[in-house]
Design a protein around this ligand. Sequence first.
Ligand SMILES: Cc1cc2nc3c(=O)[nH]c(=O)nc-3n(C[C@H](O)[C@H](O)[C@H](O)COP(=O)(O)O)c2cc1C
Length: 172
Amino acid sequence: MTEEFDEISPNELTDNIFRLIGDEWMLITAGTLGNCNTMTASWGGTGILWHKPVATCVVRPTRYTYEFLEASETFTLSFFSEEYRKALEICGKKSGRDGDKFEAAGITPVEEKPGLVSFQEARLVLECRKLYVHDLQPDHFVDPSLDKFYPNKDYHRMYIGEITRCLVKRRS
Ligand SMILES: Cc1cc2nc3c(=O)[nH]c(=O)nc-3n(C[C@H](O)[C@H](O)[C@H](O)COP(=O)(O)O)c2cc1C
């Protein structure tokens, strides 16, 4: 896979992160090639914490992907061009518990390094090492109206990962 991708420093990323995550969406993937899962996400962010480049994502404990995130020390965030919108919709609707999502979505998982599964079709991949996890707690909602996002009380777990590698698809 790396033949098709160039490694850049997170400082060199030119994508607008609000559009990247909020509008284009991403796949959060954890596990190993033979035993991994992925899901679509549109909430999260990037920034600097503890002097490190970090990426944050939030995952409800009801997601199958949550189990893989819990069992893994690492995860990836993969971003795609617009032609993969349908694939991201599938990965955001179907659960890996119910069948092979990769096949349904037509995307090819590749394991760059042990425990770092991303996709051949991605245009940008952030490889992350878990630094910090935290369960969102309703009694910490300064704005109590946020509780409307949790009718089932399945509060997200927040994962903050150090971005250990940032891979950008080479233009052909
Ligand atoms: C656009 C979009 C964004 C989503 N963002 C999130 C998110 O940030 N966190 C989350 O827990 N679920 C999010 N989801 C829902 C999961 O992707 C969805 O429940 C998925 O089927 C879980 O798959 P899994 O059970 O295989 O992990 C989103 C879904 C869509 C379509």
